[in-house]
Design a binder for this molecule. Structure first.
Ligand SMILES: Cc1cc2nc3c(=O)[nH]c(=O)nc-3n(C[C@H](O)[C@H](O)[C@H](O)COP(=O)(O)O)c2cc1C
Length: 379
């Protein structure tokens, strides 16, 4: 019998075996030579935790954390992910349901493969909406209005896609939407029959949030073109100010790596900063996000809420990010690996695994609660 995955590395290996090459590479890859991707990961490898002993680690550590006016069961959540159904059909709703059940945030992305309304139904208290500000101001406004009507309380505006990232794996694989049927793609699909049959049954992944903007009966190509125009290019401080004035809920700016930008965003009325390099998928020269987090935390007031993502693969990594000054930690790829490896049960199992690893790491380092880490108290 095959051993069940016991780490996110195991999940990645199983996802690699199960997914067609183009889908795995889309999820796993980064921009350029993938230096930014490796750099963010390396920063966690090089960071050590400081074990403290005999500090009452007998009872379980308290992992609850406050973030954007809500209390969460864990200090980590699921980052926004475009085209999640490429990992497994129905991924958007499976991620949403797992987040709702576990009491952690799930940020559904503008290029999601279920509508933002369906995600909100599946996670009525734990979902947030990630917005790309693109060429059409009408579509941007409509997405915000839809998020408001659906009951979202948090809008995450992604700032690090002024241009599309140059992802060499996707270019080499000829990956784009709609999928172009080449002999190579046919062979890739034939070698991965489980995924291919499941996807055939469910229908090819669709950019569901855009369906209403394409003319009736429009095919995937039109949706993809719309999405391309809607994912980049239109965001500046003025537009951010307009969104702040327009959106009454919590507003997060994602993709910030610079202390001056952080300060300016806070002045613009943003409620939290999400330190991110888009998982190394945009700028290959981007710094390690753990390093950027430390720099930003050192320069902003302690009460400015900071989240971080990029290269977090275990409970110990989550603790390292919290120790470096994050209030909240997000993971992207591991949740898609979990979907691909384990199907709909994957995300819940991953949340449970990360929570157990985090609790154990806190016990090892004498941390009794997540809240005490950020208050600077030590055991
Ligand atoms: C397949 C994939 C698609 C993504 N799509 C989006 C997106 O649509 N919007 C967004 O803000 N970030 C997107 N991201 C970036 C993630 O939100 C997050 O910043 C990144 O995955 C964190 O790094 P990690 O994967 O190492 O955890 C995507 C990441 C991946 C891997």
């Amino acid at each position: 019998m095959v051993r069940a995955p016991i780490s996110s590395t195991d999940l990645r290996a199983r996802a690699k075996a199960r997914l067609p090459r183009f889908a795995f590479d889309y999820i796993d890859g980064g921009a350029g030579e993938e230096d930014a991707l490796a750099r963010s990961r390396q920063a966690y490898r090089e960071t050590c935790l400081r074990p403290r002993v005999l500090v009452g680690s007998v009872s379980p550590a308290d992992l609850t954390q406050a973030w954007l006016g809500q209390s969460w069961a864990q200090p980590f959540g699921i980052a926004p992910l475009g085209l999640p159904a490429l990992a497994w059909p129905g991924a958007d709703l499976a991620l949403a349901r797992a987040a709702e059940a576990a009491g952690v945030p799930f940020v559904t992305a503008t290029p999601g493969t279920a509508t933002l309304e369906a995600v909100r139904d599946a996670a009525p208290t734990r979902s947030a909406f990630q917005l790309y500000v693109g060429a059409s101001a009408e579509i941007t406004e409509d997405l915000i209005a839809r998020a408001e009507r659906a009951g979202y309380r948090t809008l995450v505006v992604t700032a690090d896609v002024p241009r599309a990232g140059k992802r060499l794996r996707d270019l080499r694989n000829g990956f784009g939407l709609p999928l172009r049927f080449t002999p190579r793609l046919a062979a890739d699909l034939a070698l991965h029959p489980r995924w291919s049959l499941a996807t055939l049954r469910a229908g090819a992944p669709r950019l569901a949030n855009f369906a209403t903007y394409a003319e009736a009966g429009a095919g995937a190509q039109t949706l993809a073109q719309l999405m391309a125009r809607q994912s980049s290019g239109r965001l500046d401080w003025d537009v951010l100010g307009q969104i702040r004035a327009r959106w009454s809920g919590a507003l997060v700016l994602k993709g910030v790596l610079d202390p001056d930008d952080t300060e300016r965003a806070v002045k613009a009325g943003v409620d939290a900063i999400h330190v991110s390099s888009h998982g190394g998928r945009q700028l290959d020269g981007a710094p390690a996000t753990l390093d950027a987090l430390r720099t930003i935390r050192a320069t902003v007031p302690l009460d400015v809420p900071l989240a971080v993502d990029g290269g977090v693969r275990s409970g110990e990594d989550i603790l390292k990010a919290l120790e470096a000054g994050a209030d909240f930690v997000f993971l992207g790829r591991p949740f898609l690996y979990a979907m691909a490896a384990e199907g709909k049960g994957g995300p819940a199992a991953l949340i449970e695994m990360l929570a157990a690893e985090l609790e154990a790491a806190m016990a090892q380092t004498g941390r009794r609660s997540v809240a005490e880490i950020r208050s600077g108290a030590s055991g």
